[in-house]
Design a protein around this ligand. Structure first.
Ligand SMILES: [Zn+2]
Ligand SMILES: [Zn+2]
Length: 377
């Protein structure tokens, strides 16, 4: 999933002014096709790419597991892809908008599945432990200030979310960062990274300077960075920023980026810097909000997010707030305290030279520069 509020003005450039109509394909590079599928969320679409393979087309992501997506796949295969063969399916990460329809395609067309190990295993974890995960999440939310009714509503939305997927098959091709995936006459360097998901796959064709960047870097919206209840002390924001640094180091600044949502764009390094600045601002807002008294995560949601979010958006917002709080806690910029069995955060007694008045720690003059963690300390 991509998500969060829109970000400020950007000067990225977009070689395509609008997406292909549902059920149609657009060639973004020779042998790289782009199509979109609808989603039943506020974020109403997901991008799917097809790569010319030796004897047909390799599919990158499958869309969500609903009937509408299956219908569009059928019309693509009987329309613009009529007479063509699908050769394999590569899933960038386990989120339902990307993996949801994969199992049907795999079974229908006998396709081998390509995934990274963490993404493959986490799909199985979600399907095997659904009841247990719900009770762990209930505790996670309530301990952080959310009332029971709201926690229940969020969990119901989460249950629907898992139901838009199916368990992966028992065997797969395990894709690892650093390897080269040859698809047709292209050689894709595999870059994997975390923060938005566990071990998301990105595919970089250095010769043609084009990268399928999945949900790691999205134009206009900020990929959701959430702490999950099974790892309540995890620090996904640091992982996200480190992955983006790797991307900036390894991918040419002029690369065409093919994202999981929204339009293909030029300006990957700039977008990475914008996202770093965005999270920098959010951290500063949270520190400021925790200056006067300890605050729980539920109280902090309206400080960073607009009101009127649906339950799914609320769950993303809550997970993202905790991600920022954990990030700040690990760096000594906020302290965690417990009051009446609720986990709260305070800036009192922390290293105050890092207050919001500090200049932005990312350097605009170096496009590949990321938020260097040490500069806040
Ligand atoms: Zn995602
Ligand atoms: Zn997504």
């Amino acid at each position: 999933m991509g998500e969060s509020r829109s970000l400020e003005i950007s000067t990225l450039s977009f070689p395509f002014s609008k997406p292909p109509p549902m059920g149609e394909l657009v060639e973004v590079r020779p042998g790289i096709l782009w199509t979109q599928f609808p989603l039943p969320f506020a974020l109403d679409h997901v991008n799917v790419y097809l790569l010319k393979d030796e004897y047909g087309w390799a599919v990158v992501d499958a869309g969500i597991g609903d009937a509408r997506t299956r219908g569009i796949w059928r019309s693509l295969l009987s329309g613009p892809l009529r007479g063509e063969v699908l050769t394999r399916i590569i899933i960038t990460h386990f989120h339902p908008d990307h993996i949801g329809r994969a199992r049907w395609l795999i079974d229908e067309f006998s396709l081998p599945l390509y995934m990274s190990r963490s993404e493959y295993l986490y799909n199985l974890v979600l399907h095997r432990n659904a009841a247990d995960i719900i009770s762990v999440y209930h505790d996670f939310y309530e301990r952080r200030g959310l009332d029971s009714a709201k926690a229940e509503a969020i969990l119901q939305a989460g249950h629907d979310y898992v139901n838009w997927t199916e368990p992966v098959p028992s065997t797969y091709y395990c894709v690892a960062g650093g390897e080269t995936l040859r698809i047709g006459n292209r050689a894709f360097e595999v870059i994997t990274g975390g923060g938005h998901s566990w071990e998301q796959i990105m595919l970089y064709d250095r010769a043609d300077n084009v990268i399928i960047v999945a949900d790691q870097v999205l134009p206009k919206i900020s990929p959701n960075i959430s702490v999950v209840a099974s790892e309540p002390d995890n620090d996904p924001l640091a992982v996200f920023l480190e992955t983006n640094q790797t991307l900036a180091d390894r991918v040419h600044s002029g690369a065409l980026a093919l994202p999981g949502h929204r339009l293909p764009f030029f300006g990957l390094h700039q977008r990475i810097a914008e996202l770093a600045a965005h999270h920098d601002d959010r951290c500063k807002e949270l520190i400021a909000a925790c200056m006067d008294r300890p605050m729980d995560p539920a109280e902090l949601v309206p400080i960073l997010f607009f009101s009127g979010m649906d339950m799914q958006q609320t769950s993303f917002a809550f997970g993202e707030i905790v991600a920022h709080l954990n990030y700040l806690k690990r760096r000594g910029l906020l302290a965690e305290v417990e009051e009446d069995s609720t986990i709260k955060f305070t800036a009192q007694g922390c290293r105050n030279e890092t207050r919001c008045s500090s200049p932005s720690p990312w350097r605009a003059d170096v496009p590949s520069a990321m938020w260097k963690l040490g500069r806040l300390q």
